[in-house]
Design a protein around this ligand. Structure first.
Ligand SMILES: Cc1cc2nc3c(=O)[nH]c(=O)nc-3n(C[C@H](O)[C@H](O)[C@H](O)COP(=O)(O)OP(=O)(O)OC[C@H]3O[C@@H](n4cnc5c(N)ncnc54)[C@H](O)[C@@H]3O)c2cc1C
Length: 251
C-alpha cells in the first residue's frame, strides 16, 4: 500500500434510506436521509450519489450536504434538470423508504465552520444555496454571532429555496443579513434587487475587502465565475474566495 492510500483511504459506498421529502419549490426537493455509519461532515462538503438500474447501468452525481453537522440526519437538496439523467429521479420520483448508494463526505476546500471565523460572505445562485445553508445552519446551531451576509439569486420569489427558514435565520438578530436577488419575475410589491448579480451590487452589498471576509460562492458556473472575478476586481483577496460550480446555466 502506498503512503497516499494510507492517508486517504477510498471512500466506501453506503446505503442511504430516504426518511423525509420536503418540497422546497416547484422544481426543488430536499431528501432527508438516514445513513447508517455516517461519519459526520463539515459544512460545505458534498456526497456522491450512485443510482444503478436493473441492467447494471450506473450513474453518479455529486450533491452538497445541506444539513448542519449538528443535525440528526443528512439532507440534500436537488433541483430537477428536465433533461437530466439523475436529478429528475431524486427531485420527482423518490419516495420515503427508497434506498440508494452514496459515499462521503467529500471535499476539504469548500468548507467553513465557526472555528474558521468571520465575517462570512456567501453568494448563491439557485440550488447553489445548499452547501451555504449547511454553513448558516451550523452557525445558528452553535449560537455564533460573527457577521454573515448571504446574497442569494433566484429566478422568482417562488423559486427561493429555504425561503421561510432563511427569513427566520435573518430575523434572529445574530448578525446575519440575507439579500434576495430576483432575476426573472418579481412580486408586484417587490422592492429588492431585481437583476443578475453584478459589480455594482457586489460593491454595495459585500463586506468591504478591508474586513477580509471569508467568501463562498456556489451555483451555476456563469454566476460563480463572474462573482469571483468581480470580487477580486473590487479588492478582495483571492485566497479568501472559495467557489463551487454546479452546472452550466444560471437563474
Ligand atoms: C460538488 C457538486 C455539488 C453539487 N451539489 C448539488 C446540489 O446540492 N443540488 C443540485 O441540484 N445539484 C448539485 N450539483 C449538480 C449535480 O451534481 C448534477 O450535475 C445535476 O443534478 C444534474 O444532473 P443530471 O444527471 O440530472 O443531469 P445530466 O444528465 O448530468 O445533464 C443533463 C443536461 O443538463 C445540463 N446540466 C447539468 N447540470 C446542470 C445544472 N446544475 N443546471 C443546469 N443545467 C445542468 C447538462 O449540461 C446537460 O445538458 C452539484 C455538483 C457538484 C460538482
Amino acid at each position: 500500500m502506498t503512503a497516499i492510500e494510507v492517508a486517504a483511504p477510498r471512500l466506501a459506498w453506503r446505503i442511504a434510506e430516504v426518511r423525509e421529502i420536503i418540497d422546497e419549490t416547484p422544481r426543488v426537493r430536499t431528501l432527508v436521509l438516514d445513513v447508517p455509519g455516517w461519519p459526520g461532515h463539515r459544512p460545505g462538503q458534498h456526497i456522491d450519489v450512485r443510482l444503478t438500474g436493473e441492467d447494471g447501468y450506473a450513474a453518479q452525481r455529486s450533491y452538497s450536504i445541506a444539513s448542519a453537522p449538528e443535525a440528526p440526519m443528512v439532507a440534500i437538496t436537488v433541483e430537477r434538470i428536465a433533461t437530466g439523467e439523475v436529478s429528475p429521479y431524486l427531485a420527482s420520483e423518490v419516495v420515503p423508504g427508497d434506498r440508494f448508494e452514496l459515499r462521503g463526505p467529500i471535499g476539504g476546500y469548500f468548507v467553513w465552520s465557526v472555528a474558521s471565523g468571520g465575517p462570512l460572505m456567501l453568494v448563491a445562485g439557485g440550488s447553489g444555496i445548499a452547501p451555504l445553508m449547511a454553513m448558516l445552519r451550523h452557525r445558528a446551531a452553535v449560537g455564533a454571532s460573527m457577521p454573515a451576509r448571504l446574497i442569494y439569486s433566484s429566478r422568482s420569489h417562488e423559486d427561493i429555496i429555504y425561503r421561510d427558514e432563511l427569513a427566520r435565520l435573518a430575523a434572529a438578530g445574530d448578525g446575519l443579513d440575507v439579500v434576495h436577488v430576483l432575476t426573472r419575475a418579481r412580486p408586484a410589491d417587490w422592492t429588492g434587487e431585481s437583476r443578475r448579480i453584478d459589480a455594482e451590487m457586489l460593491a454595495r452589498l459585500s463586506f468591504p475587502p478591508s474586513q477580509r471576509p471569508f467568501v463562498y460562492i456556489c451555483g451555476p458556473t456563469s454566476l460563480v465565475e463572474s462573482a469571483a472575478r468581480t470580487l477580486v476586481t473590487l479588492g478582495h483577496d483571492r485566497r479568501l474566495i472559495r467557489t463551487e460550480r454546479f452546472g452550466p446555466t444560471g437563474p
